[in-house]
Ligand binder design. Structure first.
Ligand code: PGA
Length: 220
């Protein structure tokens, strides 16, 4: 079930092509989009395609609580830098988790594709271990493991936000298609446990095993 890529560039090109294909086939598609290190290559490739993003709607998976949108480490800043500044996506079509998020996604007929990274503890978006498979978009406390992992982006671990808003497992599971991406040998263990092992709330990504249209990609 896990597709292996020879290297990160090949995986990034593949995911970018999948997203580009969807936008070409369905210019009004709704995309769930990730942040973090892993998707950077996907965005780099994606912005090279000559695509019309004017009717596309994007729904980011998560955002920190407690730092402003313009903070250098906010996911708003990340998205501006890696995607939004390079494509003709409308401001009103760029969404981050808020109180209307799930209702609006449902009204629009659900997401067509979600691209997801995976944390070392098996989290997807900021659905930390123990998250309910039926959880909705909500405010969550970040686990110590996530705070430690994300401290590499901040000058001091005390600056890492302790809370975030995340898309819930229910909305992720309801997406028509899911692509999970993982890069580097340090991610293999958790990826293997989540997608070749049993289902467990303690490893939220494992719940996605039962999705009818999921691709799990790994680059070593
Ligand atoms: P990463 O994060 O791509 O920066 O490794 C993935 C995640 O924690 O979801």
């Amino acid at each position: 079930m896990i597709t292996l890529f020879e290297n990160y560039d090949l995986m990034s090109e593949y995911v970018a092509s999948s997203v580009a294909e969807l936008i070409t086939e369905n210019p009004k598609c709704k995309l769930g989009l990730p942040t973090g290190d892993t998707p950077i290559g996907m965005y780099k490739n994606l912005v090279q395609f000559d695509l019309d993003w004017s009717k596309v709607k994007t729904f980011n998976l998560d955002e920190y609580v407690g730092i402003g949108e313009s903070h250098p480490q906010s996911y708003h800043t990340y998205m501006n830098k890696n995607l939004f500044l390079h494509v003709n996506l409308k401001d009103s079509n760029k969404r981050f988790p808020d109180t209307e998020f799930d209702k609006d996604i449902k009204k629009m007929g659900g997401l067509d594709l979600i691209v997801l990274g995976i944390g070392h503890n098996g989290h997807v978006a900021f659905n930390e271990p123990g998250s309910s498979p039926t959880s909705s978009t909500r405010r969550v406390k970040l686990s110590k493991e996530t705070i430690d992992a994300n401290s590499r982006f901040f000058s001091d671990i005390d600056e890492v936000p302790k809370w975030a808003h995340t898309m819930g497992m229910k909305t992720i599971r309801e997406s028509k298609k899911i692509i999970v991406i993982a890069n580097g040998s340090d991610k293999w263990n958790i990826l293997d446990k989540c997608f070749n092992g049993g289902l467990s709330k303690q490893r939220p990504a494992s719940i996605l095993q039962t999705h009818p249209n999921i691709e799990v990609l790994y680059a070593s």
